[in-house]
Design a protein. Structure first.
Length: 221
């Protein structure tokens, strides 16, 4: 069944990535709430300055009340997420694993991408991988209106087709052409070290790059 239009966006995490997404979502007309592990009153001032117009709230409220959830917590803390509270929710995983920065985390040292690992931990969440291959500082600077010939494209991947369609609409409203890469296994083509990561590509260029990267890294499972 097709999802209703997203009106409210909840962001778990108030770091540079989470607040950049919040600012862009506010510009796009969404109602935005931000939560961390701290009580709302402890992050209210930070939210006021880093994402004017967003509301500081609890993680429980974000997971309960938001039409769309952005998971932007430190990747090492992904097991602090509540699988029951996120069951049935459409959530965007924007996290990346990079051992030189994060330190070695055994959960992510196998062939699976971080999103596949997170997806196993959140089996009932309608998880979509996206917004992870563009820098947080570029997210606002590179946005362009639909139809612009130089509009940058962003990829998304997930198991749930309706969830992917909903996230695609969100990406479009943020100022980017969405490219549906298919199932979550396709997230391998968006991770650090691929031609897609950090590249400013149009829709056709991204589709070509995703195809080449997927073929080169066909999973053996």
């Amino acid at each position: 069944m097709r999802d209703v239009q997203v009106k409210s966006v909840g962001i778990l995490g108030a770091g540079k990535v989470g607040t950049a997404i919040a600012r862009q979502a506010i510009k796009a007309g969404y109602s935005v709430a931000i939560a961390t592990a701290k009580p709302p009153e402890e992050i209210a001032l930070i939210v006021e300055f880093t994402a004017p117009g967003a509301t500081a709230t609890t993680a429980e409220a974000v997971m309960r009340d938001s039409d769309l959830i952005v998971i932007a917590v430190p990747l090492a803390k992904y097991r602090t997420l509540d699988p029951a509270a996120l069951a049935g929710k459409v959530a965007i995983d924007v996290m990346n694993y990079w051992a030189p920065t994060d330190g070695t985390i055994e959960d992510f040292e196998g062939f699976r991408t971080s999103s596949e690992v997170v997806g196993l931990y959140l089996p009932e969440t309608r998880l979509v991988r996206s917004l992870n291959h563009i820098g947080y500082h570029d997210l606002e600077e590179n946005a362009l209106p639909a139809g612009h010939p130089d509009r940058q494209a962003l990829a998304l991947a997930g198991e749930d087709a309706d969830a992917r369609a909903l996230v695609a609409e969100f990406i479009d409203r943020l100022g980017y052409d969405p490219v549906d890469a298919g199932s979550l296994k396709a997230a391998r083509a968006m991770q650090i070290g691929t031609p897609v990561f950090g590249a400013r590509l149009t829709r056709s260029e991204l589709e070509e790059a995703l195809g080449a990267t997927t073929n080169e890294n066909e999973p053996v499972v």
